[in-house]
Write a protein that binds this ligand. Structure first.
Ligand code: ATP
Length: 237
């Protein structure tokens, strides 16, 4: 798909004029200083930038984990900026999956049970089969009953990816997804992201310091001091 094709697709998430200020006991830190950003289904966007430039803050705002101080967040075209915490949690659960650098798997649960965790309160009889299917898709069909300490780093990250997809999100947010992995394992995770965006039409957005990630991304946003400084795409424009 080139940029023009993407321009016809409605954004799944959009930030308009987003500012985020933190008040740390009198000292005001402005982590985001006016961010305009759009992600569409089926694209992979990398967010890079120096330490303290606002990457995690931006990811938290995109993930509805943190509300902007100013500006608007649109999810599937709907303004979700002023929703209550409860509504926000529901929207997050419906539309957004998270993958973190440290995997955050529960050590006492098997791979399948870990993938099922986000569905635990849903009384959804299909969740178990979906968990098995997702684990098979990420190449762990023969590791279903393994616990995290019986899995390699890359396998743990793949369990975390399967878990992030169990509620069929439209957006996958990843915070340093290759940060704790060797280069080759990181590559398999990035190939997984590519497959997910293509097959499931998910928007994948990853914060990273790893230049390998940008090779797989369709676009790379560079944040500097709370602002998008440059944007590069791989569409040849
Ligand atoms: N909860 C918070 N309270 C106060 N200040 C915060 C908070 N979270 C972030 N900040 C500040 O906002 C700025 C941006 O932080 P942020 O974590 O978004 O940067 P980052 O680009 O993700 O950095 P890193 O690459 O080191 O993780 C920094 O100056 C940071 O100190």
């Amino acid at each position: 798909m080139d940029t023009d094709d993407f321009a016809d697709v409605d954004p799944v998430i959009e930030l308009r004029g987003v500012r985020k200020r933190y008040d740390t006991g009198g000292e005001i830190v402005e982590a985001l200083k006016g961010i305009d950003f759009v992600a569409r289904p089926g694209e992979f966007v990398a967010i890079m930038g120096p330490s303290g430039s606002g990457k995690s803050t931006m990811l938290n705002v995109l993930g509805l984990l943190d509300a902007p101080t100013e500006g608007v967040v649109l999810l599937n075209g709907r303004d979700v900026t002023d929703l209550s915490d409860e509504e926000m949690t529901l929207e997050r659960k419906r539309s957004i999956g998270f993958v973190f650098q440290n995997f955050y798997l529960i050590p006492t649960l098997t791979a399948t049970e870990n993938v099922e965790v986000p569905t635990l309160f849903d009384d959804d009889p299909t969740a178990h089969d979906r968990a098995i299917d997702l684990l098979s898709r990420v190449g762990l069909g023969d590791r279903l009953e393994h616990r995290p300490n019986q899995l390699s780093g890359g396998q743990k990250q793949r369990v975390a990816i399967a878990r992030s997809l169990v509620n069929r999100p439209r957006i996958l947010l990843a915070d340093e997804p290759t940060g704790n992995l060797d280069r080759e394992t990181g590559r398999t995770i990035l190939e997984e992201f590519t497959r997910i965006k293509e097959e499931d039409d998910v928007a994948v957005i990853a914060v990273t310091h790893d230049s390998q990630v940008t090779k797989y991304a369709d676009r790379t946003i560079n944040l500097v001091d709370g602002l998008i400084r440059t944007e590069e795409d791989d569409y040849g424009t």
